[in-house]
Write a protein that binds this ligand. Structure first.
Ligand SMILES: Cc1cc2nc3c(=O)[nH]c(=O)nc-3n(C[C@H](O)[C@H](O)[C@H](O)COP(=O)(O)O)c2cc1C
Length: 177
């Protein structure tokens, strides 16, 4: 099974997660680079697509797509990648380090709605969606603290305990599907 991890990250958490997955699976990894990487324009839904990738997704059995969620949306760089490669992608796994917790996944800005959108775009090609909410690495007192939430990014120093457990389960599932 040939796998590639393709990711977009603004603040580094999804880059960390993508690298962790690629290291664990010993597979290729490539960053999605928007033509115009201007965050405010993304939020206004203005985007000019992405730069061509070095790796052709057609050459891989499985694409693991990793990136954040903003404003309850499947963000433009990830969305562009999927639409550009819809015919070449054989199987896709969507992974996100996001802000919305598991218990809020079905709310307006929850990851559950984005997962639904990804599944609607890819149909049966989307074989798994997995969230790693940032609160998995926050302490109990940090959980209600907006500053702690905004300033925490995945790193070697906080990737342990609950998140590591969930990550190991995710890798186990990946090997089974
Ligand atoms: C402007 C903005 C909007 C966001 N909106 C959401 C959201 O709707 N749902 C969610 O789960 N997380 C949301 N987040 C949290 C990000 O998904 C989270 O911080 C993510 O880990 C950032 O990934 P990165 O470090 O790879 O850039 C938002 C973050 C920003 C900055």
């Amino acid at each position: 099974m040939k796998t590639i991890v393709v990711y977009y990250s603004r603040k580094g958490s999804n880059k960390y997660l993508a690298n962790k997955i690629a290291d664990t699976l010993s597979c290729e990894i490539e960053e999605i680079k928007p033509r115009l990487n201007v965050f405010l324009l993304f939020l206004m839904n203005i985007h000019l697509g992405i730069k061509p990738l070095k790796n052709n997704p057609e050459k891989f059995d499985k694409v693991i797509l990793c990136g954040p969620i903003w404003m309850g949306r499947f963000i433009p760089p990830l969305n562009s990648f999927v639409h550009k490669n819809l015919n070449s992608i054989k199987q896709l796994v969507f992974v996100t380090c996001c802000g919305s917790s598991y218990d809020k996944k079905d709310e307006k800005f929850g990851h559950g709605l984005v997962f639904k959108e990804v599944k609607e775009i890819l149909n049966e090609k989307c074989i798994l969606c997995q969230a790693f909410p940032i609160d998995l690495v926050l302490s109990e007192d940090q959980k209600g603290d907006d500053a702690a939430f905004m300033n925490t990014h995945l790193s070697d120093s906080n990737f342990k305990g609950e998140i590591q457990f969930r990550f190991d389960k995710f890798i186990e599932t990946l090997h089974k599907i």
